[in-house]
Design a protein around this ligand. Structure first.
Ligand code: EPZ
Length: 425
């Protein structure tokens, strides 16, 4: 296992190229199961989660080839419907194989995904939607068995107590594109990653109306073609670097992602008077030194286009840099605060009231040993290390490698001093 040492008190400067979106490419890789024709996916980030998903597809019988950097060729000629426990339990996104396997084979068996540190991760809405399409769902010894004698289009309401479901929407769209008749998904997730998946499915020959809206209408097809598609830039990586530039009072430029996907963050940063230039034509954002003038904020995480929960931990670090009290309320995963205790080890003044973090800003942080717990908490600890006095050691850094491509090197290219080493060294 590795740890990383981050030197504090740095001002980031330079340009960073944003990688392909993890949460777009995973369901897109699963979409290759919908056809026996060959599929090509480009701008795929090199991540632990991607490598893992590729392995999962290979166990299902998909032929996979890395034909160029960040480019994968897949062909699902002969596939099985059973996914192994030791693969599925390690990554929740494995659930994205359910929809395409139901659409293609009318059956799938997979272990119920475990929970994780950010909170309960049920799939009841996924299973409800598949049942509406005609599936029978049973569970024995922790394995979910989904079968369908006959699939038939239906209307499905996908709203849950925390809003819609991103991978649930992906799953049901991927089942519906091969389900005879018309399926209407009400309260579908509108995240850009879902929109991008729908565009890929259209390239495969799917007929989908209302893309980008909470009401998707899918007219099922008998079969779909392959695809050659390029993944969108990762808005969460972009938001993470934008916050890193602001907290270090730096001057950075982000490129290769669509700023329209960061509307909620850009709105908050405008409210706190950040000095940012957005170019929607060239798909770039530039942040200038402005830390001294920033104002406290009060935000709540919500489904897209609301403020993304995946930037909540990173925003906690920004709140710690702004004099006064900033508030962040987490409405998607109310327990998603594993980073708070670690930030407090760096001297952060934070009070957690239910699912609201109250951040006392402009209190100096000092470097310490901290423990990564999940993907976005790890990123927040890196950001805190950049501004803490002295050295910060982030342990269990494999959590970060799940979702950020070349994160250390991208930060070094902006002037950060970061070194990795083995835990026991
Ligand atoms: C996706 O997870 C993302 N992962 C998550 O990103 C992201 O935080 C989340 O969407 C919310 O935006 C991928 O796309 C691979 P949900 P997903 O189903 O689809 C509840 C990251 O850091 N819910 O939209 O699993 C659920 O408990 C990861 O990149 C049900 O109640 O999230 C949660 O409170 C972390 N029943 C809320 O809905 C269900 O059947 C949103 O969950 C499904 C979900």
């Amino acid at each position: 296992m590795e740890k990383v040492c981050i030197q504090g008190d740095v001002q980031l400067k330079g340009t960073v190229s944003i990688s392909g979106a993890k949460n777009a490419c995973l369901p897109m890789l699963a979409a290759s199961l919908l056809t026996d024709e060959h599929c090509i996916l480009r701008n795929v980030p090199q991540l632990r989660d991607v490598n893992f998903f590729i392995q999962l597809l290979q166990t299902l019988g998909v032929h996979v080839e890395n034909i160029a950097p960040n480019t994968w060729k897949l062909q699902a000629t002969h596939i099985t419907h059973e996914a192994s426990y030791d693969l599925v339990r390690q990554m929740r996104a494995s659930v994205c194989i359910m929809g395409p396997l139901v659409g293609r084979l009318h059956k799938v068996s997979l272990p119920l995904p475990g929970g994780c540190v950010i909170g309960n991760r049920p799939i009841d809405l996924h299973l409800y939607g598949l049942q509406k399409l005609g599936c029978n769902v049973s569970m024995s010894q922790g394995i979910i068995h989904i079968t369908a004698d006959k699939l038939c289009g239906h209307s499905i309401f996908l709203g849950g107590p925390f809003g819609s479901t991103v991978t649930g929407t992906a799953n049901l769209v991927m089942a519906a594109v091969l389900t005879p008749g018309t399926t209407v998904i009400e309260s579908a997730a509108c995240e850009p990653e879902v929109t991008d998946l729908c565009r890929l499915l259209q390239q495969m020959g799917a007929e989908i109306e209302g893309i980008g809206s909470p009401r998707l209408t899918i007219h099922g097809q008998n079969q779909l073609h392959g695809f050659d598609y390029t993944v969108i830039g990762d808005r969460i990586e972009a938001g993470t670097f934008l916050i890193a530039g602001l907290i270090t009072n730096g001057h950075i430029r982000l490129e290769h992602f669509d700023p329209r996907h960061l509307g909620a963050l850009l709105h908050v940063l405008e409210e706190v008077q950040a000095d940012i230039k957005v170019d929607y034509e060239s798909h770039t954002i530039e942040a200038f030194p402005c830390l001294e003038r920033l104002k406290p904020f009060n935000i709540t995480t919500l489904p897209y286009p609301g403020f993304p929960t995946d930037l909540q931990a990173q925003m906690c670090v920004l709140g710690l840099c702004i004099p006064g009290l900033s508030l962040i309320t987490e409405r998607i995963y109310p327990q998603r605060f594993m980073h708070i205790a670690e930030l407090q080890r760096l001297g952060a003044k934070i009070i957690l009231e239910g699912s609201t973090a109250i951040l006392q800003g402009a209190h100096p942080l000092s470097g310490a040993d901290v423990m990564a717990s999940d993907l976005r908490a790890s990123a927040a600890l890196y950001l805190a290390g950049l501004i803490a006095q002295g050295e910060t050691f982030v342990h269990r850094v494999y959590h970060l490698d799940r979702g950020y491509e070349n994160f250390d090197q991208k930060l070094r290219n902006l002037g950060a001093q970061i070194q990795r080493s083995q835990e026991n060294s």
